[in-house]
Write a protein that binds this ligand. Structure first.
Ligand code: TYD
Length: 218
């Protein structure tokens, strides 16, 4: 079934894409952005870490610093990026009525720092909620994929691995399990998709969900 095109409205919508490294978030975010733009919506595309000038500096530290970063410091760096990004960029866009499509948000911190670094999911979630004044997405698309398959995709890209991508398989398995647990706990917010499916099918499922969020039943 083909989802009908959304209409322009005055209410903003916050859509996030989540999942492990190499699952295809950027591809799906781009397809959604193109579809909504063609349909006449004003779309703002952004990401964490690195959605602002300050965020670009933070991104460089968390992804490329050579040497140790204490896990709590890492969690605080992602939270600092997020606090600045949400206040200065995302909230103003939502207040204008734009659709914000974002690669990664607080669920990434809960999965990577809370479960991957074993800092504790509740603490890390609370940190991000404090940082953002409690802003949750309207829709979160979780692209789920076995980390070993995702790793093969990253290998094929031929780019050097960053600090997080270089972590062991067990780390990425904890991250995956936490994302799935988060989705199970908030089924109204999450759309979980098997990321091994063809990109066009995934895009169609995302469109249907976003259309429903733009036009909630009265
Ligand atoms: P991403 O931009 O998806 O990487 P790439 O540009 O290589 O596709 O994310 C960067 C890394 O940061 C990724 O490994 C996940 C990690 N990350 C966290 O650990 N915590 C967070 O809160 C966020 C937003 C990302």
């Amino acid at each position: 079934m083909t989802a009908s095109a959304p209409e322009s409205g005055s209410r903003g919508l916050f859509v996030t894409f989540e999942g492990g490294d190499g699952v295809g978030k950027t591809t799906q975010a781009t397809l959604l952005q193109e579809w909504l733009t063609t349909a006449g919506r004003t779309v703002v595309r952004t990401r964490e870490p690195g959605g602002t000038e300050v965020g670009v500096l933070v991104r460089d530290i968390v992804l490329h610093h050579r040497g140790e970063i204490a896990p709590r410091a890492e969690a605080l760096l992602y939270a600092a990026d997020r606090a600045h990004h949400i206040e200065t960029f995302v909230r103003p866009a939502l207040e204008r009525g734009d659709v914000v499509i974002q690669d990664r948000y607080l669920d990434s911190s809960v999965a990577y720092q809370g479960a991957g670094r074993v800092l504790g999911s509740d603490e890390v979630r609370d940190l991000s909620l404090w940082a953002t004044g409690g802003l949750l997405p309207d829709v979160t698309v979780l692209l789920d994929l076995d980390p070993s398959v995702a790793r093969e995709r990253l290998d094929a890209d031929d780019k050097p691995f960053d600090r997080l991508e270089s972590e062991k398989t067990a780390f990425h398995e904890r991250v995956r399990a936490e994302f799935l647990a988060l989705a199970a706990a908030e089924p109204d917010r999450f759309l979980v998709l098997d990321a091994s499916r063809p990109a066009a099918e995934l895009a169609e499922a995302v469109r249907e969900r976003v259309t429903a969020a733009l036009h909630p039943a009265a």
